[in-house]
Design a protein around this ligand. Structure first.
Ligand code: 5U1
Length: 787
């Protein structure tokens, strides 16, 4: 008879087995079906549950458990593994004609016309993975095709590779071949993080995948988001196993056993179908989640494959139909500095024309001074140019060994190449795509404004464009002539042009002059939104122009709105607000906009402020923005109630500050000290005046409508609790934190602000450490709550 303990242990073993199955099922739906059925947080919760059980019962923790994907002890070196069956390579074709020649060669050798299975050619690292009785055993790189490196521990960390095969119809010995890749998005994030830390970036996703997989420390591999797609079988034992008789069918079998297979695989029956497949994939290449460099065409029928056999290391029955090279080498003939509409100066490389990515390229953007610095460009350099899809050509790197000894560095100019005005350096904080870091980005701007002919030309072209004034017939050549003849000095001057002014332009006659005049005059009526957009204020695009018009309601309001109120408008942050204020405080832009406003008619008629902005623009809000020590929204509200106006606050006596709710002695002193400083007083008076000027008066009723919950250290922060707590229940801690304004979440992500780890914290703690999330102990939490 079994005793209680052994019964318990059996139950644990069963729970571990069930959880493992459930997690493997979710993994399959996520990676193979591309259709996850539970949120990530729920997956993490189940994984945590399994981790806890396995920690308590290590005898039931097996290497193929979903918890064992985090990497292990670093290796001293990679061992060599002899492949059970050689890993082949592929011959290439580069054109329709070459593919037809391939087809004719094999068609001559097969009794019936071959049909094909076509797949994208992934740009990653080929690997071979061995399963025995459905359990992951080992993995190796291709190496020389006969022997590769043992990367078993690294491949174990790739979550899309099954540790246990699904179903019950897989062969007892199975070797699977496929490509480990790094998705483009993961590659971008990895490089963004490297850039933020000042580390070296990877050149492309293939190098990043290879670099991540060939790590002696598999924990590093685990921290990189690698993917895998299976594309062929290696050894299968017994040989008589019921495999499909077509390659496409075998891919479906691989999929049913748990391997991701590219969703782009397609059977094609003829040369023209293959060429159409190639063209289709090439046009969609940039939208795919991973890099590819061509398509692989395989004879679908396995019997035909066997008949065709091999030449050297490549099969006769398959070929890679490669896309035109995306990277080529050429000579840098010089660097031009182009001045854009807002004055931004962009360096552009002039190149010896080169055929790359299917077109001839003679220019490549260098983006900004930082990029020039990164490339360390010198005159006469030999450079690698990349043109991927429709993306503008880029310089990837300089081939330094071809550089001449006396080569001179290329400097960023200090004066505008067009108008000779000074170029100023503007430093901006740029949020990275991953949002976990910000970096400083320097742009260089010509200070000439509309007096710079380059800026003027771009501004006029933008002004007449569809989304702005939508004026027909004012093409680039006409703009150039109008500027050259000093007929327009700002876009507003377009409306002053007469037929006599334009009749002498190249190619113009009486009729065309009349047509141009009419098409300009037809656009004298414009909406406020388009009017604002047409000014070409930096950072003010369609959405911002719309929001400004909706909430401020009139041109005068937009022109005079202080930055403190601009940031209350949806879609407008500090940076955009600064651009708007700086635009309307520049006398040159003011001349232009005032003239334009006097010339055109705004329709529909301008309105006033939106109620949303009036509600938000309250005295208490601006008191908080003064950033006086200890004065948050809770204290700001009674201060606003007591004084009603900033002018009254500034004139107040000491006794007026007594008995204001929440205004402790310390806060009172800080406030009195703040308002006694002359520059602060001037700022406050000016702010109140400019707000009142545009109609933003505050009233008590509106103040009351605001939700002033107390601001604490936790306000707006996302907190995760893990492990067991000794002084309170986790749920109690959750309630207290929520009262203090925190959002308590159950899963860790890069958006988590804080993880509080109690006793026996598991995978969430590891994940938080990997993501660099702040981690506190229970004691630290209690201390902060008591503060
Ligand atoms: N998609 C795909 N890539 N690829 C690479 N299929 C494929 N097949 C290969 C290689 C080297 O070799 C087969 C001939 C097994």
């Amino acid at each position: 008879m079994q005793n209680d303990t052994s019964l318990n242990i059996q139950a644990v073993a069963q729970e571990i087995a069930e959880l493992t199955d459930t997690l493997n099922g979710h993994n399959y739906r996520y990676y193979v079906d591309d259709a996850p059925s539970i949120p990530d947080a729920e997956y993490d919760r189940l994984l945590k549950q399994l981790t806890v059980l396995e920690t308590e019962h290590p005898e039931y923790c097996f290497p193929d458990s979903p918890t064992q994907r985090v990497g292990g002890v670093p290796l001293a070196k990679f061992e060599q593994i002899a492949h059970l069956k050689p890993m082949l390579s592929l011959d290439n074709v580069f054109s329709d004609e070459e593919f037809e020649a391939f087809y004719n060669r094999i068609n001559d050798k097969t009794a019936t016309a071959p049909t094909f299975c076509c797949e994208p050619k992934l740009d990653g690292l080929a690997v071979s993975i061995l399963y025995r009785d459905g359990v992951y055993e080992r993995a190796a790189t291709r190496g020389d095709g006969k022997t590769g490196e043992d990367i078993t521990e690294n491949v174990r960390t790739i979550r899309s590779i099954p540790m246990k095969l699904r179903g019950d119809d897989f062969p007892p010995l199975l070797e699977v071949r496929g490509e480990v890749i790094m998705p483009k998005q993961a590659f971008d994030s990895l490089n963004e993080r490297a850039r933020a830390k000042g580390d070296k970036e990877f050149v492309n996703p293939r190098n990043a995948a290879a670099g991540s997989l060939r790590q002696l420390d598999s924990k590093i591999t685990a921290s990189r988001s690698l993917g895998f797609y299976a594309y062929a079988l290696g050894v299968v034992e017994p040989e008589t196993w019921g495999l499909a008789d077509h390659h496409y069918g075998q891919l479906l079998q691989l999929k049913s056993w748990g391997f991701p297979v590219s969703a782009e695989v397609k059977q094609c029956d003829s040369v023209s179908e293959v060429i159409a497949y190639y063209t289709d994939i090439m046009t969609r290449r940039s939208a795919l989640a991973y890099e590819i460099d061509g398509v692989v065409i395989k004879v679908d029928n396995i019997a035909q494959q066997l008949k065709l056999g091999f030449v050297a290391k490549a099969p006769r029955w398959a070929t890679a139909f490669k896309f035109p090279a995306q990277e080529e080498m050429t000579l840098l003939e010089g660097v031009d500095f182009q001045v854009g509409r807002t004055g931004a100066v962009t360096p552009v490389a002039r190149l010896k024309p080169i055929f790359v990515g299917g077109v001839t390229v003679s220019n490549a953007t260098l983006h900004n001074a930082d990029e020039m610095k990164r490339l360390e460009l010198m005159e006469g350099d030999t450079v690698i140019v990349r043109r991927a899809g429709d993306v503008i050509p880029q310089i990837v790197s300089v081939v330094k060994q071809f550089r001449k000894d006396n080569a001179k560095p290329i400097e960023f100019p200090s004066k505008c190449p067009v108008c000779k005005s000074l170029i100023e350096k503007v430093i901006k904080q740029k949020k990275l795509k991953t949002k976990s870091h910000t970096i400083e980005q320097a742009t260089h701007k010509c200070t000439g404004g509309l007096s710079c002919k380059a800026q003027l030309k771009e501004s006029i072209s933008y002004f007449v464009s569809k989304k702005c004034f939508d004026i027909d017939g004012v093409g680039e050549k006409i703009v150039e002539q109008l500027i050259k003849r000093s007929l327009v000095n700002t876009p507003a001057d377009l409306f002053q042009l007469t037929t006599d002014d334009v009749i002498d332009l190249d190619g113009f006659g009486e009729l065309s002059a009349r047509n141009l005049y009419d098409s300009i005059q037809a656009k004298l009526v414009v909406s406020l939104e388009r009017f604002i957009l047409s000014l070409g204020i930096s950072e003010v695009g369609d959405a911002t122009a719309k929001s400004l018009s909706k909430h401020l309601g009139s041109f005068e309001n937009i022109k005079k709105c202080p930055r403190e109120a601009l940031v209350l408008i949806p879609d407008i942050g500090q940076e955009v607000a600064d651009e708007i204020v700086s635009y309307f405080s520049n006398s040159n832009s003011l001349n232009f906009v005032n003239k334009l406003y006097d010339t055109v008619e705004i329709s529909p008629k301008e309105k006033g402020l939106s109620s949303a902005i009036v509600k938000k623009s309250q005295m208490a809000h601006y008191i908080v923005k003064l950033e006086v020590l200890g004065i948050s929204k809770v204290t700001a509200l009674p201060i606003a109630e007591r004084f009603g106006l900033f002018s009254s606050l500034l004139d107040a006596e000491f006794s007026d500050f007594l008995s204001i709710k929440g205004l402790t002695e310390k806060r009172r002193s800080a406030l009195i000290e703040f308002i006694s400083k002359e520059n602060n007083r001037e700022y406050i008076i000016e702010l109140e005046k400019s707000l009142f000027d545009i109609g933003l008066h505050w009233t008590q009723e509106q103040v009351v409508e605001e939700d002033y919950s107390p601001v604490t250290y936790f306000t707006g922060k996302t907190v995760v609790l893990t492990g067991s707590f000794s002084t309170m229940k986790r749920n109690e801690a959750k309630g207290i934190l929520e009262d203090k304004g925190a959002k308590v979440s159950s899963s860790i992500s890069k958006n988590t602000d804080l993880l509080v780890a109690g006793e026996k914290a598991g995978s969430k703690l590891t994940k938080a450490q990997e993501l660099g999330v702040l981690v506190w102990s229970e004691e630290q939490l209690i201390e902060a709550l008591n503060e």
